[in-house]
Design a protein around this ligand. Structure first.
Ligand code: PMP
Length: 316
């Protein structure tokens, strides 16, 4: 590699390594749309391995600034996994104790990662999914409000603001006037709402597309089917232009293709985002013959190497 291409980044702590994630061009999975550029924003390059590092870190540092945390209080929240890993990493870095409520059927690897950073886990009913975990954490906090700081990622404005001040700025900085479309899934909706708000301030119009799972009950991990869920308070449907539904199977299939064709091992919510991005690229190729679509790659696929999921797919 030429030395001029080597960029060394030196940080004072793990906290400073959050954000500024790479944008990588996807040529092979989008080969049916050769006139359109498709990029993946690799959020798994954050220190906690997911897009949730941004929101967790901003919610924690703002709470410390406001005196709501860092005074011996325990941070408690419900999480499907990635946010919990992020709280755990930054809890260890900032000296904040962390307690997480999660459905008991989350993968062992996820529990182990959180515990490795010193986090305590409380389990909620797996049949009630993430909505049940949210209800449970609210009960715990209501009983002992002085003991806990509850960031509540579903209602905390610092969740979308992390993307408004981070993800959105970085995408515009890298692509400027070229970007025409942005695609992200809806979990808490922090990523799509915050990033879209920033992109909508750009002088050129950028179409922002949210991805939801088709299936109401067994949808993509990390993503919500809003019509059948508690709608997060931070959700703002006017921040983006369109919602596309993607099946779990299409999310998995695109995740497989991304590994084999683009050397990117990603989770299936990322697969779903890229699937929607490639569909948009194909439409643009046929109608206007050009465009530039950015899809969020939320986390890495090895986070889902768990009994059942991958083994069911690859019967080796
Ligand atoms: N994908 C994965 C794998 C996630 O963990 C999450 C967050 N739970 C999302 C997508 C959605 O991100 P957001 O909460 O910002 O909507």
């Amino acid at each position: 590699m030429r030395s001029s291409l080597v960029r060394s980044r030196r940080f004072g702590s793990v906290i400073e390594a959050v954000g500024n994630t790479p944008l990588v061009r996807l040529d092979r999975v989008a080969r049916e749309a050769p006139s359109v550029e498709v990029y993946a924003k690799l959020e798994f390059c954050n220190p906690g391995g997911s897009v949730k590092d941004r929101a967790a870190l901003r919610m924690m540092t703002k709470a410390i600034e406001e005196g709501k945390l860092g005074t011996g209080k325990i941070l408690i929240d419900s999480t499907s996994g990635n946010t919990g890993v992020a709280y755990s990493i930054f809890g260890a870095a900032l000296g904040v104790p962390v307690r997480l409520v999660m459905p008991s059927n989350v993968t062992k690897a996820r529990k182990d990662i959180a515990r490795a950073f010193g986090t305590e886990i409380i389990f909620s009913d797996p049949m009630e999914g993430s909505d049940g975990a949210i209800r449970y954490v609210r009960e715990i906090v209501a009983k002992d409000p002085d003991v806990y700081f509850y960031p509540d990622q579903y209602s905390n404005p610092n969740n979308p603001l992390a993307h408004y001040h981070g993800t959105g700025v970085e995408i515009l900085d890298a692509l400027g006037d070229r970007i025409t479309h942005f695609v992200a899934g809806i979990g808490t909706s922090g990523t799509i709402v915050g990033t879209s708000r920033r992109l909508k301030e750009h002088t050129r119009p950028i179409r922002c597309v949210a991805v939801e799972p088709t299936e109401a009950m067994h949808g993509l991990e990390g993503l919500k089917h809003l019509p059948s869920s508690l709608v997060p308070a931070i959700h703002d449907g006017s921040a983006y232009d369109e919602t596309r539904r993607v099946t779990t199977e299409d999310g998995w299939d695109m995740a497989d293709r991304l590994a084999r064709e683009e050397s990117l091992l990603v989770g299936h919510s990322s697969g779903a985002n890229v699937f929607a991005a490639v569909e948009i690229a194909k439409e643009l190729h046929q109608t206007v013959g050009g465009g530039c679509v950015v899809a969020i790659v939320c986390d890495r696929g090895d986070r889902y190497f768990a009994p059942m999921k991958w083994e069911k797919r690859y019967l080796w």
